[in-house]
Design a protein around this ligand. Sequence first.
Ligand code: HEC
Length: 321
Amino acid sequence: MSAFASPVHSPLNASRLYKDNCQSCHGVDRLGGMEPALFPENLSRLRKNKAINVISHGRAATQMPAFAKKLSKQQNASLVDYIYTAPKTMPKWDLADIKASHIQHFQQNKLPNTPQFDADPMNLFIVVELGDHSATLLNGDTFTPITRFKTRRALHGGPKYSPDGRFVYFASRDGWISKYDIYNMKVISEVRAGINTRNLAVSSDGKYAIVGNYLPHSIVILDTNTLEPIKVVKVSDKKGISSRVSAVYNAPPRNSFIIALKDVKEAWEIPYKNNADFSIKRISTQDYLDDFFFDPAYKNLIGSSREKHNGEVIDLDAGKK
Ligand code: HEC
């Protein structure tokens, strides 16, 4: 190698290495697709030294190949630096991208509307196994498995059910939302609502789902019938400061979704009844709210502050402390 060779750790070099070796599976600009997205948010549970190991040795029983023979240690390290660095501009994932990702595996109205197994349909459990990306449907009376099925990788935030108990919705770390028909034991539709997703909530009437994202800074409202997107909102406060979404909730007595924002001093409420365009009610908070819950009547939101050792109670009707 000449003394003038480009430094191995140059970002340019790493992005070239990425394009040549990783892009075919992990997507243009690290966006992922079928395979995981490679942004710091998506990798938050994987330590850097573990990532080096995955790249060298691959991951057993998956499509992730071993690169030890192809890439030097320095090249591996520069790729790890690259994937743990935030991109200069926020990755784009807008309404058109979401629409284009939509998959209809089965037509819901062509499938039987009764359980195709012998168990009480109102006493079933879904157990999610994170290790190998599967879930098991359990008979709640006997605790025996009815079926086991593949899910998207790394589910976030727990499964959410339709009011009649027939459907369950899953959100994955990489933004995939799946609608599973419990009666017919089939995934019937899927859509990618974000690049890095926190969780989803389903409205009390079962008509809408809302998805909260870290990447991009957005919330997405879906029609639960097909999972097609109805509305995407870029998240920023009154002054235009952009924010990640910590979590989304359904508030049953209010017929609304509540949205917790991570980086600004606001929480949002979106009524889903008599609010055809899903307009947003902004609630200013005294501090950044790290986590919150509601009183049983969903009249007040009780939040814990990130910085101070105290909490905050916000009257949701008045929209203030
Ligand atoms: C042939 C497809 C393919 C190629 C090429 C590929 N990967 Fe992967 N990679 C995967 C799959 C599939 C997984 C998920 C494995 C699993 O299910 O745990 C993965 C997982 C990973 C993970 C772990 C992610 C996590 O959240 O645990 C890292 C890091 C990674 N790949 C980096 C790379 C890098 C860097 C390259 C290029 C040098 C690369 N991969 C090339 C398919 C691929």
